[in-house]
Design a protein around this ligand. Structure first.
Ligand code: GLA
Length: 384
């Protein structure tokens, strides 16, 4: 049954003006744990995401339902909106509505139904996809699509994450979901939010997402701890160098000599070297040097494993197995880490056997069944 029929079954057969939208998940090609350190990241939107159907209502209420989850939500635009844990996924929508109203947008009532094919909690940014989708749909009712400010939409999503949900994430995920372009990676300067679309045609190769299916336990607390360690490292360099420095990504490897604490040293080393890898990776993509690009993916994974320490047994195993398998020219974890997904660059002819071999070897070592999604790089949020 398609989304329109389901929408009519739920909201009534008389619903004729139904608009359809899609908001993608994202992978980060390279530039991990950099977006809260003021450096460059190189993510892209994928072909999995969340679909949304919407019809206008004549009152000031927003009704939200999901095909994937049982909880549903009704928001009265004239009442105070508060976070309630029992509202589950609906809190992301509530946060978006609350901040749009706070920013002075005169939102209109509507019925919304969503359905996703993005695995949840796998580190492919299902929450960013949802925030940006809801924001886009609500603005669509009061603005022309070409007038919707995608940068605002990304910042709105991050605000929901930081101030309503309570996750201290950076801007990369929401920015990608809002602004990505088909067959391109997005080179984003997280200091000033200037960006460039870098062509990424991957001639002869495929991007394979490898889901470890390892739950991302304690991901939020570990994530916040890494942020704090980076702040500490920056403070140390500033104090020792007696200079005012904006963020870790403007520091050089030479500045590491100011750090005596081993943890701070490792974190800063990852951040500084990863930022350099992103710049190099974008240059290599521009000249279509995929082998060189693949090598940078491996270096990035090792830096995240040894210096940033956010990989863990499952991510390391799946990347190791991928790199041993014929046709693979690079692999690394993607997203926050601590479980979730990795990506691999695999020769087209080998993709099928690659999936079989890695699946078998990974299962033998971890007893977990992985999942694989061959993805293309896609446009950001859009009306269908
Ligand atoms: C999560 C966060 C992002 C970013 C990545 C790590 O996905 O939401 O802002 O920090 O982790 O690169």
């Amino acid at each position: 049954m398609n989304l329109t029929t389901k929408f009519q079954n739920i909201y009534g057969r008389t619903e004729r003006t139904i608009y359809h939208f899609f908001s993608p998940g994202r992978i980060n090609l390279i530039g991990e744990h950099i977006d809260y350190n003021g450096g460059y990241v190189l993510p892209g939107a994928i072909n999995l995401g969340i679909y949304g159907a919407m019809s206008p209502r004549n009152d000031e209420r927003i009704h939200l339902k999901s095909i994937d989850f049982s909880s549903e939500l009704e928001v009265d635009l004239n009442k105070t909106i508060e976070y309630k844990s029992e509202d589950g996924w609906g809190n992301y929508a509530k946060g978006v509505i609350k901040f749009l109203l706070e920013d002075g947008y005169s939102l209109k009532g509507c019925n919304i139904l969503i359905k996703g094919d993005l695995p949840h909690g796998a580190g492919l940014s299902s929450s960013a996809a949802l925030e940006v989708l809801i924001g886009y749909m609500l603005l669509f009712l009061i603005q022309k699509p070409e007038e919707i400010d995608k940068k605002y939409l990304a910042l709105l999503g991050q605000r929901v994450e930081n101030k309503f949900i309570g996750v201290n994430s950076g801007i990369m995920d929401q920015f990608t979901v809002a602004n990505a372009k088909k067959d391109h990676a997005l080179l984003l300067n997280t200091q000033n939010l200037l960006y460039e679309h870098i062509p990424c045609y991957l001639n002869g190769y495929s991007l394979v997402i490898m889901n470890t299916n390892k739950r991302r336990e304690l991901a939020t607390s570990n994530y916040n701890q890494r942020r704090q360690e980076c702040e500490n490292a920056l403070e140390t360099i500033k104090k020792e160098k007696k200079e005012n420095i904006n963020n870790l990504c403007v520091c050089t490897l030479d500045d590491l000599k100011y750090i005596k604490n081993e943890i701070e040293y490792k974190r800063a080393k990852h951040v500084i070297t990863e930022n350099q890898r992103v710049i190099k990776a974008a240059e290599l993509l521009k000249i279509n040097d995929l082998k060189g690009f693949g090598e940078l993916l491996v270096q990035s994974h090792n830096s995240l494993k040894y210096d940033y320490q956010v990989t863990g047994f499952e991510l390391d195993t799946i990347v190791e197995e991928a790199l041993k398998t014929p046709g693979c020219i690079g692999a690394r974890m993607t997203g926050a880490g601590f479980g979730g997904c990795a990506i691999a660059l695999v020769e087209n002819n080998n993709v099928e056997s690659f999936i079989k071999i890695v699946s078998k070897n990974y299962h033998e070592k971890t007893k977990l069944k992985p999942e694989f999604y061959v993805t293309t790089l896609e446009n950001g949020v859009r009306q269908l």
